[in-house]
Design a binder for this molecule. Structure first.
Ligand code: ADP
Ligand code: MG
Length: 701
């Protein structure tokens, strides 16, 4: 068959026509035969069984019954009309009910003619009824391409209201198989098929739509999931290889005196093994001829900053400048403060550039950047401004990457003849499987170990009516000289209700902890950034004991004397956010606590989130739970939504298949990076076709 046949617009399939074609395009994104073929069922029903009306049970699942309609009439109710049919077999009668689409149903139904009906039954007034049944004439039913299992396709309300039911979709699918004779070009190499004992493409497609039995369905699913994940991995790894061969970085050949001096003389603690390993990985990248593009993942408090500094020192040792960019002013200031002393010891110049840097200083920074006097620049988005020009930027580090888009990242590149090495740091633990499929084009380093001597944070869940006890606990901690965060949900800084909660909360804390014994800070998104900074500084210096805040303090803030994190309305936060917030404490030697306050009204998901927080401090474990609760889309934000376009695989449920796909993609590319060998021809051809039609993975970018 001509492979282009599958690119035929869906309008040309017999039984589709312009109206249905339009619906299929708009509702399901089906434009071509190929798209239809790749509309995979999301479940299957066993239609080998037929029920008698007398056998029906209340609340049965979907059942299939043979019988005929003896009467059809409309019933008018207060809330509109419904269409009711009396349906009978040799054991009894029941009703079929429609609430919508009366006209086309009425016109299409035949009285006194045997039908096979299918659907859920309800018991109402001691009579069974089936709302909106799937119906098929017994005669057609017998003739149709029969299979034991029946596919249920994704649908939309509009489709079913306009008569494009599951049966209609199944029918046009059958038509497609008739026209193609069910023969489809193979898209995986013989080696893969043999190694993994896969069924052929044609067999897989047939059995995914019309499974002959459970075993073949399972094989079809495996084959198609594997294929989908395999080509994504192939693409990600290929992109990475091309990137590495094309984009020459600045090789940092030496690890020189700055790095060594710092390591031997100034490092204030022993590095953890994980930190050592990660620095080694970074050093290897920096020393190679290719540009580094690495993601550094490490839970809150795992010590990423020192890794960033030591990486920058390697850059400086090789005569380059380095920069570190953070998403907020507060974070940039904190980075600057934690690095400035080390830099003094090493005689390195370091500056901070943010939105609130004064014009005069700004000008000085611009100048010293361009003439090369300035070694390290820390800052916010301000670093991306047109006027900021480095003399020779060798390494750019981006902290908390999920707040910077890829486009912004590449802005930094434009400032150089050759792109600097890039290190992206994130404390959002991303499960390895997800990281693999989303960030496949980045190399990943993981700090999976906290510095020794860190006491795990004790986390408890308290209901709002236990607040007095919580106040008592706060007083005790403050008496010991510790500081406390109280965080309110202000998901949208503009939400007036949330703002009121925060202010009410603040007022009650003020009453409970009166001046002059207690000093309280407050920070929220409606404040000017100078005022926010002022309050943060007061708290950081220990002038205030309690910090009432919104999630603006979420990321990175490091005040080691703060040992209590109280999260109000904790049920309203997502898991990763709760974990980030908790990470604000537990940074010093003292025992730290996290108290999750909630009302008694909790959804199941909230309960799971709270339990997870109480049970573990491990960010990766938490991320796995989060992924299960929310699915990958929410977790990653819309930016990486490519992962959502999976047609059949599910990266949470199919992580074993993903690992196999990755393994094989790597193996093949390592022996044949350009897919030139004859046995790989089918792979390169399929890959090329996918890019051309973008019909499976729209996110091939
Ligand atoms: P994060 O990964 O969250 O950015 P930081 O780099 O801010 O973590 O480190 C958290 C704290 O742990 C800092 O006070 C830092 O000085 C300290 N720290 C980092 N590495 C070590 C280590 N190997 N031993 C002891 N303390 C460390
Ligand atoms: Mg940090």
């Amino acid at each position: 068959m001509n492979p282009n046949f599958l690119q035929t617009p869906i309008d040309y399939l017999k039984g589709v026509g312009p109206n249905r074609a339009d619906l299929l395009r708009k509702e399901l994104g089906i434009h071509t035969f190929q798209d239809l073929l790749n509309l995979f069922p999301h479940r299957y029903i066993d239609r080998t069984q037929y029920y008698k009306i007398s056998q029906l049970q209340p609340n049965s699942s979907d059942v299939q019954i043979i019988g005929k309609i003896t009467d059809l009439h409309e019933v008018t109710q207060k809330r509109g009309k419904r269409l009711v049919a009396t349906f009978e077999d040799d054991t009894g009668t029941m009703e079929l009910v429609w609430f919508r689409g009366h006209k086309w149903i009425r016109d299409g139904l035949k009285l006194e003619t045997p039908y096979v009906i299918f659907g859920k039954t309800n018991l109402f007034n001691r009579k069974y009824n089936m709302p909106h049944p799937e119906m098929e004439l017994l005669e057609d039913h017998k003739q149709n391409l029969r299979s034991a299992m029946q596919a249920v396709y994704p649908s939309t309300e509009k489709l079913s209201n306009r008569g494009v039911t599951n049966r209609v979709i199944a029918k046009i699918m059958q038509q497609l198989f008739r026209e193609t004779k069910g023969k489809f070009a193979e898209t995986l190499s013989n080696d893969l098929i043999n190694d993994l004992k896969l069924i052929t493409k044609s067999e897989a497609l047939f059995n995914i739509h019309f499974p002959k039995n459970q075993q073949l369905l399972a094989k079809a699913q495996f084959r198609l999931k594997f294929e989908e994940l395999f080509y994504i991995q192939l693409q990600l790894i290929l992109k990475n290889l091309i990137h590495k061969s094309k984009i020459k970085g600045f090789p940092f050949k030496t690890v020189g005196s700055l790095f060594n001096t710092f390591y031997k003389k100034h490092l204030p603690f022993e590095l953890t093994n994980a930190q050592k390993r990660v620095i080694k990985e970074i050093r290897q990248d920096l020393g190679s001829n290719a540009q580094m593009n690495r993601l550094l993942q490490g839970d809150v408090g795992s010590g990423k900053t020192i890794v960033a500094l030591m990486s920058m020192l390697i850059g400086l040792d090789n005569g380059f400048q380095a920069c570190l960019m953070a998403p907020t002013e507060i974070l940039s200031v904190q980075h600057y403060n934690s690095l400035v002393d080390y830099c003094k010891q090493l005689n390195i110049s370091i500056k901070l550039l943010t939105g609130s840097t004064k014009t005069l200083e700004r000008r000085e920074i611009h100048e010293s950047l361009e003439n090369g006097d300035l070694n390290i620049l820390i800052g916010t988005h301000a670093l991306l401004e047109e006027k900021v020009k480095f003399k020779n930027l060798g390494l750019a580090i981006i902290d908390e990457q999920h707040r910077f888009g890829v486009a912004q990242r590449s802005k930094l590149w434009k400032k150089n003849t050759s792109p600097p090495h890039i290190l992206v740091m994130t404390a959002t633990p991303i499960p390895r499987t997800l990281a693999m499929s989303v960030y496949g084009d980045l190399d990943i380093s993981i700090i999976d170990e906290l510095p020794a001597g860190r006491k795990p944070i004790k986390t408890v869940h308290r209901y709002d009516n236990n607040r007095l006890k919580v106040f008592r606990f706060m007083r005790d901690e403050i008496a010991k000289g510790r500081q406390i965060y109280i965080v309110y949900p202000l998901i949208q800084e503009s939400e007036t209700m949330d703002y009121k909660d925060l202010m009410d909360g603040y007022a009650s804390i003020e009453r409970e902890f009166p001046k002059p014994d207690y000093q309280i800070s407050i920070v929220h998104g409606r404040m000017k950034s100078a005022d926010k900074d002022y309050e943060m500084q007061r708290f950081a210096k220990g002038e205030t004991q309690i910090m009432v805040a919104t999630t603006v303090i979420e990321v990175g803030v490091d005040i080691s004397n703060a040992t209590v994190m109280i999260i109000e309305s904790a049920e309203r936060f997502g898991l990763s956010q709760l974990h980030q917030l908790r990470g604000r404490v537990g940074r010093g030697a003292e025992q730290s606590y996290c108290i999750l306050m909630t009302s008694h009204k909790l959804s199941n998901d909230s309960k799971i989130r709270l339990e997870t927080m109480v049970n573990t401090n491990d960010g990766f474990e938490i991320a796995e739970v989060d992924l299960k609760l929310r699915g990958p889309g929410d977790l990653m934000g819309t930016q990486q939504s490519g992962v959502l376009n999976l047609k059949i695989a599910n990266i949470v449920k199919d992580k074993d298949i993903l690992a196999q796909a990755r393994y094989h993609a790597k193996k093949i590319l390592s022996s044949d990076p350009k897919l030139e060998q004859s046995e790989h021809k089918v792979l390169s051809e399929t890959y090329r076709q996918m890019g051309k039609y973008k019909n499976i993975w729209n996110y091939i970018s």
